[in-house]
Design a protein around this ligand. Structure first.
Ligand SMILES: O=C(O)[C@@H](CO)OP(=O)(O)O
Length: 233
């Protein structure tokens, strides 16, 4: 019985400011650091022990993984960073305030951009400030696959190879895995794992810093799902 734990990063500085973030590499807020540490304490309380850890190439997820592993005395666990776990790229919306965007384009349109399965956000111009075209961490990606904006469907399509190559074989082998990533890359992964429909995925939200624990049998079927909810004080 292998375990897979998904953790959405703790609150980021741009979550706090209500800005569309996507691939912009913003830091955790103070509250986000606490959420990440609390996630680690929950892992420890549950006795969860990992063989492999994965995260994105964005610091809010990387730091969340490290705080969570440190708090659960597992900072030594082998770790891989991959762009495939990045947040969905929010295109030209990145850096804009979500409330102001709703005033400008209407709340319904902004909700569709945020939560629909297959509607793309407005795309980012290649020469726009904050474009990732010249970012060294993406230098090995085929320039044609570097996104200028993604919906959940496109996000899922780039998460699936990671699942098939890295996660599925290890879970089948009985290894326990922790993944610290982002609201929408984890919604995409959850859709795939739980076979959630294109319509129902609109309603799935991932809370910051709340580990979701899946148990799999050898046929890679989910036999249990448990959310380690935040301690309310
Ligand atoms: O801004 C973002 O990148 C994401 C996650 O914070 O926002 P949303 O929840 O609107 O998809």
């Amino acid at each position: 019985m292998a375990k897979l734990v998904l953790i959405r990063h703790g609150q980021s500085e741009w979550n706090l400011e209500n800005l569309f973030t996507g691939w912009v590499d913003v830091n955790l807020s103070e509250k986000g650091v606490e959420e990440a540490k609390n996630a680690g304490r929950s892992l420890k309380a549950e006795g969860l022990e990992f063989d492999y850890a994965y995260t994105s190439v964005l610091k809010r997820a990387i730091k969340t993984l490290h705080f969570a592993l440190e708090e659960s005395d597992q900072l030594w666990v082998p770790e891989t960073k991959t762009w495939r776990l990045n947040e969905r790229h929010y295109g030209a919306l990145q850096g804009q305030n979500k409330a102001e965007a709703a005033e400008k384009w209407g709340a319904d349109q902004v909700h569709i951009w945020r939560r629909s399965y297959d509607v793309l956000p407005p795309l980012q111009a290649a020469d726009a400030e904050g474009s990732i075209a010249n970012d060294r961490r993406y230098a090995d990606l085929d320039a044609r696959t570097v996104p200028a904006g993604e919906n959940l469907k496109v996000t899922l399509e780039r998460v699936i190879p990671f699942w098939q190559d890295e996660v599925a074989p290890k879970l089948k082998d009985g290894k326990n895995i922790v993944i610290a990533a982002h609201g929408n890359s984890l919604r995409a992964l959850s859709k795939y794992i739980e076979n959630i429909s294109d319509d129902d995925i609109l309603n799935l939200e991932m809370a910051t810093g709340e580990p979701v624990v899946y148990t799999f049998n050898e046929a890679l079927e989910v036999t249990d799902k448990k959310i380690l909810t935040k301690n309310k004080d």
